[in-house]
Each structure stands twice: as structure tokens, then as C-alpha cells.
Design a protein around this ligand. Structure first.
Ligand code: GAL
Length: 654
């Protein structure tokens, strides 16, 4: 369990650096990330490099014994570059360009900018690539943040043409697969195709989808351009990128393919995230100071899979932030809790944003581990407490590997894109549906992996697919070979890769193992809420419901009060024909878990557990005191079974 911090030496007088480094080490910090926005100081004028300050910063931090993560500065191109090459600025969907004056003002498809990035990264890594204290390199910062991806520029269009030509080979094939006969949208050549913005009504959905696929590949290849240089000159360092949780503009699983990453890092701002996502208002109110109990865990479990077991939290909220609709002070204990929570889910490192609150106006109201006067902030004091507890405990200092989960949830970025392009009902959001299933599993005390649709699923006993737009034969083959229980949610198998409805009706290829068909679908305004019961649990369908037919020996395991089937079952598979209210999802999953031979326990409200190696961690996010589900004779390594809001306890298994 290692702790880190984000530090901006360029924002502070040099006379402070050595003392900062010393105090970091005293606090228990081992890693420090620097430089990710400092291009204008590294290269104040084109081709004129000034490394002396960074040499000194690196030397000072290294001398204190800190390990350094060096960020490439490409999220903030300097003014001289923009003045010389204004085409680097990204273009919004309305055709206007973003201005210089903040950050991320670059077009991921600009060939000029890609060349500039390779140039600055090469200069940097040639200088620092073999420094023994620089243990990792971060590319850029939060790719895609602030809606700077996609860019609707000429550069993007030229590269999109190439991408389309590669995918379809002939314009006739593209016209056929895109269905361009509709509304006379046929194109005479690839070059005649435009970007799917500024159309009077909906652009062709597959045009939009292919553009999103292209943009996702663009982000990955932008990163890959830097990785190629970094690997050459810093062969021993880890390479990472700090992803943003809940962010779906590009496919994070595909991004990590091959040797693109050694570690998946992500930036965790739980309270701000709770405020920003589509949760019911009562949940936002209930968890306003603790964050929703699953909002960080969801991404810990996702990035652990993306990093193939290795993940870091590169930026962790250390107090109130500045960018959410409201930014309250976290409940006492939460900064400490979030660290243990990340470690319980398998994080190698939790690094705080930022060392000290900023001296300037920008991000001024964002807390850090230190107040502007250099006193430890309340969050800083909690980090100090966690660091001391970890150092004092043999069990906590040498954690085992995260325990293998017996349950997988499949999360699929393309499904997010398809259902955003065709929501059909304005409240249908795929990631929110996945989150609801995840929350149900976590309330039942289960450890979960969040994996891609092409992951090897053979080790799981329960596989939950809240929805998956395209079901291919490879997945059906996996189902046939598997002995797990499978739960599929609505809209599964509802599309082909070409964004058409499968010829045999949804759920398409899934019918090989689950004979059924979806005859009609409906999105539901809040006043339309078909009721149903599963076992003793009553509830409704919200947002979405399907009229389905059971074929062959498929059973109707539950039905709506209006007699349409709600759950179809066949052997080890279940299909849920709507977005059910939360308690019903939990009931369905509990039944499937039971059939899979997995023990479940309904945790007290607001409490979550996670097992790692020999240990079980319990956390209380709820507003009232709660009892951790520890056995009566549990041997505690940290805390005890009574948990106040924001409390953690850890006990030895068995
Ligand atoms: C992150 C970003 C940081 C800082 C932080 C504030 O998204 O990577 O540079 O802006 O937000 O919460």
C-alpha cells in the first residue's frame, strides 16, 4: 500500500522544494508525480529547452528518497505553439474552435500536434529516461477531458477518410452497410463523406457510430505515439495514463491493448462524481459527504481489469474540490477510508491531488494535503493517520493479491455509444444500468470484476451482462463452454456490428443458447411503470421494457402484471426484459448467485466489504453507525465491528 502525491514545483519558489520533499517523506509518501502541465517552462520558445529547473526539482525529490512519476506535458500546449500552428486547436460540433487560455486545447487528430508531442516527449525522455528515481511516465493528462474529444476538424476528417477506407475498402461496401440509400445519403467516394455534425436532423446512426469508433482509435494512437518514444528511452519505467472514471468517449479496454500500458491509473473524485452522475436525488443527498458507496469501487474494479491486474489511483480527492455542482467537505474519515478502499480493491498506489492548495486563482478552491499556509489540511491529517497505521501493521504493509472475484460484469464501451446514439427514451443510460447491477452485487457482499466483452470469462461462476448491444458468436461459444450462471439485461443482442437489427430479431446470436425473441420494445416515461414481482420482491420496470416471446423450452420465470414475460430462463441463462427497479435487480442476481453456489449476505445499508489476500475490509458510507459483517470471533487488524460514518475495519479471514 503505497501513497503518492501530485506536485507542481513550477508553481512554488525553489526555496520550498527541499522542505516539501522532506515533509512528503515524513508523511509516508513514496511517489510524487510532476511536470504534466509544465511545457511552457520546459520550452519557453520553440526549440529553446530549459531543463535546469526540472533537473533541480527531480534531484531534490530524488535526494529525499521519493520515486518520481514524470508526466508528459502535452495536455497544455504553450502559446507560442498555438500562435505558430492555430490549426492545433480542436473544433467543436458547432464548427467553432476552442481558444487558448486554459488546457486541453489541442486536436487529437492534428498531425502537426502529434509531431510536436513526439518532439517534446523525445527531448524529455532523452534527458530523464534512465534516471533511477523516475519509476513511471504518465502520458498527457486525462485524455478527452473537458469535451475536447472529438474534434470536428479538417485534420479529423482526413484521418476519418483513411479509417473508413481501411474498414470498408470500397465505397460501394460502405454505402451498402451504412444503408445510404435511405434519404439518398449515398456517397460517390470516401472523400465525399463529411463528419456527422451540423446535420438538420439525426445523422445516420452508423455514421455517428463509426465516427465514435474512429475517435476512440484516435485517442489510443495519440497515446501510442508517445509510448513508442518512451519505451525506447525509458525501457525500465512503467508507462501509464490517468483515465477518468465514468468517462466513455473512448474504449479504455482497447486503449490498453498490447504494450500500451503497464499500469492503468485513474483519477478518483468520489464526491464530485456522485454529484455528477445520473443517480436519484435521494441518493445524492444521502451520500453528499461520503460519496456513493460504489462510485469509486466501480472504477477500481474496472481499471484493475484494464491494467490486467495492475492499477493506481493517480489523483485522489483529499478534501473539497472545485468543479462539481456543489463541493462539500467530506465527512470525517472519508479521505482515510478512500485510501483503504482502493487498496482493498487491489490498488498498488494511491496518490493525492494535490500537495498544497494552489497559490494562484486557477483551481484555488480545490483542497490539497496542505493548506495554502503549509499546515496539513484535515485530509492531509487523515492521510498521515493511514500512513502511520499501515506502517505499524505487518498485515497491512504486506497485502496479498486481490482475491479473485467469482462474479464478472461485462461493461462495453461500444454499447454505451450505440445507446447514446439511439437512446430511444431520454432517461436510458447504459452505464447507469450497469452501475445499478454492480450496486446490487456489492450490496450482497460480492467481489466483482468489471471486464470487456472479449475477456476470458471461464473462471467466473456468475457472469452478469446488464446489456450488450452486439452479441457475437465468440461470446456464445464462451457461454456454451461455461458452467457459470449468466444474467442478460434488456437490449442485449439488439444490434449487429453494422448497427442493424439482427435478422432473427434480438437477442440475435444469443438465441443459440436462449431460445426467445424480442417482438417490440418501449421506452417508458416516469408515469409508465409496468409492475411485477420476483419472489416476494415487488417493483416496476423503469426507462425500458420489452415484449418478449419464449421459444422452445425457455421458461417464463417472472411476468409483469399485464402478463408480458419479465424474466425468461433457459438452463444456466436468464434474460431480464426491462430495466427493473433496484430491489428487483438485486433479487434476480441473488437467485442467480444462489444457483451458482455463491454465498451472499445483504449488507447493512451503506456498508461495503472487499476481500484482499488474507484480509476482509469493511467500510461504512452510510449516515448512521453500522455493524460490520465480521464473524463474532474475528481477529481485527484495524478497527472493530462498530463502524461510524467514514469508518473502516479490517479482519483476518477464517
Ligand atoms: C483532474 C485533473 C487535475 C485537476 C483535478 C482537480 O481532473 O487531472 O489536473 O484539475 O482534476 O480536481
Amino acid at each position: 500500500m503505497q501513497l503518492g502525491v501530485c506536485y507542481y514545483p513550477e508553481q512554488w519558489p525553489r526555496t520550498m522544494w527541499a522542505d516539501d520533499a522532506k515533509r512528503m517523506v515524513e508523511l509516508g509518501i513514496t511517489h510524487v508525480r510532476i511536470a504534466e502541465f509544465a511545457w511552457s517552462r520546459m520550452e519557453p520558445r520553440a526549440g529553446e529547452f530549459v531543463w535546469e529547473w526540472l533537473d533541480e526539482a527531480v534531484a531534490t525529490l530524488a535526494a529525499a528518497g521519493l520515486k518520481i512519476v514524470l508526466g508528459t506535458p502535452t495536455a497544455s500546449p504553450p502559446k507560442w505553439l498555438i500562435d505558430a500552428c492555430p490549426e492545433v486547436l480542436p473544433v467543436r460540433a458547432d464548427g467553432t474552435r476552442w481558444n487558448f487560455g486554459s488546457r486541453r486545447h489541442y486536436d487529437v487528430s492534428s498531425e502537426t500536434y502529434r509531431r510536436e508531442c513526439v518532439r517534446i516527449v523525445t527531448a524529455m525522455v532523452e534527458r530523464y529516461g534512465r534516471h533511477p528515481s523516475i519509476v513511471a511516465w504518465q502520458t498527457d493528462n486525462e485524455l478527452g477531458c473537458h469535451d475536447t474529444v472529438p474534434s470536428y476538424s479538417d485534420a479529423a476528417l482526413a484521418r476519418f477518410h483513411r479509417w473508413l477506407r481501411h474498414r470498408y475498402e470500397t465505397i460501394e461496401a460502405l454505402n451498402e452497410i451504412w444503408g445510404n440509400v435511405f434519404w439518398s445519403m449515398e456517397y460517390p467516394s470516401f472523400e465525399a463523406i463529411g463528419l456527422p455534425n451540423l446535420t438538420p436532423t439525426d445523422a445516420n446512426p452508423i455514421h455517428l457510430l463509426d465516427f465514435r469508433r474512429f475517435v476512440s482509435d484516435e485517442v489510443a494512437s495519440f497515446h501510442a505515439g508517445q509510448v513508442e518514444v518512451l519505451r525506447r528511452h525509458a525501457p525500465d519505467a512503467d508507462i501509464l495514463h490517468n483515465f477518468m472514471g465514468f468517462f466513455t468517449t473512448f474504449d479504455h479496454y482497447r486503449f490498453a491493448d498490447g504494450d500500451a500500458l503497464d499500469v492503468a491509473a485513474w483519477d478518483s473524485y468520489p464526491i464530485a462524481r456522485t454529484e455528477s452522475i445520473a443517480l436519484p436525488e435521494e441518493q445524492k443527498a444521502r451520500y453528499a459527504r461520503t460519496a456513493h458507496p460504489d462510485v469509486s469501487a466501480f472504477d477500481h474494479d474496472r481499471y484493475r481489469a484494464i491494467g490486467r491486474g495492475r492499477f493506481w489511483v493517480m489523483e485522489q480527492q483529499a478534501g473539497p474540490v472545485n468543479w462539481a455542482p456543489w463541493n462539500p467537505v467530506p465527512a470525517k474519515g472519508m479521505v482515510r477510508l478512500w485510501a483503504y478502499e482502493a487498496f482493498a480493491h487491489g490498488a498498488e498506489l494511491v496518490s493525492y491531488f494535490r500537495w498544497r492548495q494552489c497559490p494562484y486563482a486557477q483551481e484555488q478552491m480545490h483542497s490539497g494535503l496542505n493548506l495554502p499556509n503549509n499546515e496539513l489540511s484535515p485530509g492531509g491529517l487523515e492521510v498521515q493517520q493511514a500512513a502511520r497505521e499501515i506502517a505499524a501493521s505487518a498485515a497491512l504493509s504486506a497485502l496479498g493479491a486481490p482475491s479473485p472475484a467469482s462474479v464478472a460484469i461485462v461493461f462495453d464501451y461500444e454499447t454505451q455509444w450505440m445507446f447514446e446514439i439511439q437512446r430511444h427514451g431520454k432517461t436510458f443510460d447504459y452505464q447507469t444500468l450497469v452501475f445499478d447491477y454492480y450496486e446490487s452485487l456489492r450490496e450482497l457482499g460480492l467481489d466483482v470484476d468489471i471486464v470487456s466483452r472479449s475477456a476470458d470469462l471461464s473462471a467466473y461462476r456468475l457472469v452478469v451482462v446488464p446489456s450488450l448491444a452486439v452479441i457475437d458468436d465468440a461470446l456464445v461459444d464462451q457461454i456454451e463452454r461455461s458452467s457459470a450462471q449468466w444474467v442478460f439485461g434488456p437490449r442485449s443482442g439488439s444490434k449487429t456490428d453494422a448497427f442493424a437489427i439482427p435478422g432473427n430479431l434480438p437477442p440475435g446470436a444469443l438465441q443459440r443458447v436462449l431460445p426467445m425473441q424480442v417482438l417490440e420494445i418501449e421506452s417508458l416515461r416516469p408515469t409508465l411503470a409496468p409492475a411485477l414481482s420476483v419472489g416476494d420482491t415487488h417493483g416496476v420496470a423503469m426507462h425500458w421494457r420489452e415484449h418478449v416471446r419464449a421459444n422452445g423450452d425457455t421458461r417464463v420465470a417472472a411476468q409483469f402484471d399485464d402478463t408480458w414475460p419479465a424474466i425468461l430462463a433457459h438452463g444456466k441463462l436468464r434474460y431480464v426484459a426491462g430495466w427493473l427497479s433496484h430491489a428487483l435487480h438485486r433479487e434476480v442476481l441473488q437467485q442467480a448467485a444462489r444457483q451458482a453456489g455463491i454465498d451472499t449476505q445483504l449488507l447493512p445499508d451503506g456498508v461495503r466489504i472487499r476481500r484482499r489476500g488474507e484480509l476482509t475490509f469493511a467500510f461504512n458510507f452510510g449516515p448512521q453507525q453500522a455493524q460490520a459483517p465480521a464473524p463474532a470471533d474475528a481477529r481485527f487488524v484495524l478497527g472493530g465491528a462498530q463502524l461510524h460514518t467514514g469508518d473502516v475495519c479490517v479482519w483476518r479471514n477464517g
